[in-house]
Design a protein around this ligand. Structure first.
Ligand SMILES: Nc1ncnc2c1ncn2[C@@H]1O[C@H](COP(=O)(O)OP(=O)(O)OP(=O)(O)O)[C@@H](O)[C@H]1O
Ligand SMILES: [Mg+2]
Length: 333
């Protein structure tokens, strides 16, 4: 694809660094409320980056600054090799943004929404029609193309949103909560769409409140809390940062449970479900030690499961209590 070659050449020529997005010390306040308190980012071209954070953490603010919709109070950011403050037009030419709230006009059809975007990108009529038809097909919207967008389901609207973002063939796209409000099937479809973009070489900057989503899609994840990046790394690196791994032994025989509970040290006992929880990194060595110990004690567990911390554990460990979402998962803890 010539435009991708161009984008790569432009990055390589204009920059020593192959970063698609980089930021140093980004700051933004509204009145006396500091939303971003010095954010550093570096996102390699062709990768997926997820910015995670609770409601009000500043995710949308970061996206708006990087996509030149608002300006930062301090710090610097470069996107596709252009400074967001000094060269907003250069940034805009290279990116696509799918906002948290839909840009779809419900009064006109899906096709008309797409053609409008083609006009905004100064495509010729013929090229606009070609791109529109191809994208509608790709996002499974051909059948609905001539219906008013207000009649679309949430998933269809979201797909149309992304299709509209792709009209200008951007090399970097910002997706602000691309799957919020979608049912599990639509969410998985959206993940497929995002993976396809990445395999085309597009850099994806997404925000999400779903840890599972970041885990599924992102090469690197940053957790935003209290105006700062509380942690940054791969999903595995983040999970290793916090304790929480354990082995769970479940018994059906209360006597076996009791003898295991009284003999095993450092366990958390759950008398109701006859289960024991032993802190463990899940390694073969530790599992063997537990099995040896059970053999020696002459007890047999009915079920042994290994739990490694998930991103939810990381999220709760890193984000402050005040912002902690009162989700069902939290209630179940
Ligand atoms: N234009 C504005 N004027 C005043 N305060 C604002 C403005 N925009 C955002 N804020 C505040 O900045 C903080 C961060 O908002 P932002 O929308 O970036 O959070 P978010 O992480 O995207 O949250 P959500 O998950 O709810 O989308 C919030 O406290 C919000 O109220
Ligand atoms: Mg937001």
């Amino acid at each position: 694809m010539p435009s991708s070659v161009m984008a790569t050449t432009r990055l390589a020529a204009g920059q020593q660094s192959p970063a698609a997005v980089s930021a140093v010390g980004l700051r933004k306040s509204y009145g006396d409320k500091t939303v971003l308190d010095g954010i550093d980012l570096r996102i390699p071209a062709g990768s997926v980056f997820a910015l995670l954070g609770p409601n009000g953490a500043g995710k949308t603010t970061a996206v708006k600054i990087l996509s030149t919709l608002i300006s930062a109070d301090g710090g610097q950011a470069q996107v596709a090799g252009h400074d967001v403050a000094a060269s907003a037009d250069g940034v805009r030419a290279a990116i696509g943004v799918t906002g948290q709230f839909s840009a779809v006009d419900g009064l006109i059809t899906g096709e008309e929404n797409m053609l409008l975007m083609a006009d905004l990108h100064h495509l010729s009529r013929r090229e606009g029609r070609r791109v529109t038809a191809a994208l509608l097909e790709r996002f499974d919207l051909t059948e609905a193309a001539k219906k008013p967008a207000s009649t679309y389901s949430g998933g269809m609207k979201r797909r149309l949103d992304i299709a509209m973002t792709l009209v200008g063939n951007p090399r970097i796209i910002f997706l602000d909560e691309p799957t919020t409000g979608l049912d599990p099937r639509s969410r998985h479809n959206m993940w497929g769409i995002i993976r396809e973009l990445v395999s085309d070489g597009v850099t994806v900057f997404l925000t999400t409140q779903y840890l599972e989503e970041a885990d599924e899609l992102a090469d690197r994840i940053a957790v935003l809390n209290d105006g700062k990046i509380a942690a940054e790394g791969t999903a595995d690196e983040l999970k290793r940062m916090i304790p929480g791994g354990h082995v769970r032994l479940r018994f059906t025989d209360p006597a076996a449970y009791q003898s295991a509970a009284s003999a095993l040290r450092e366990t958390t006992a759950d008398d109701e479900s006859l289960a024991l929880q032993i802190p463990s990194d899940g390694s073969q060595r530790e599992l063997r030690a537990i099995l040896d110990w059970l053999d020696a004690a002459g007890v047999e567990a009915d079920e042994l499961t290994v739990h490694t911390p998930d991103l939810d554990d990381v999220f709760f460990a890193l984000t402050s209590g005040a912002n902690q979402p009162n989700s069902s998962k939290e209630a179940a803890r």
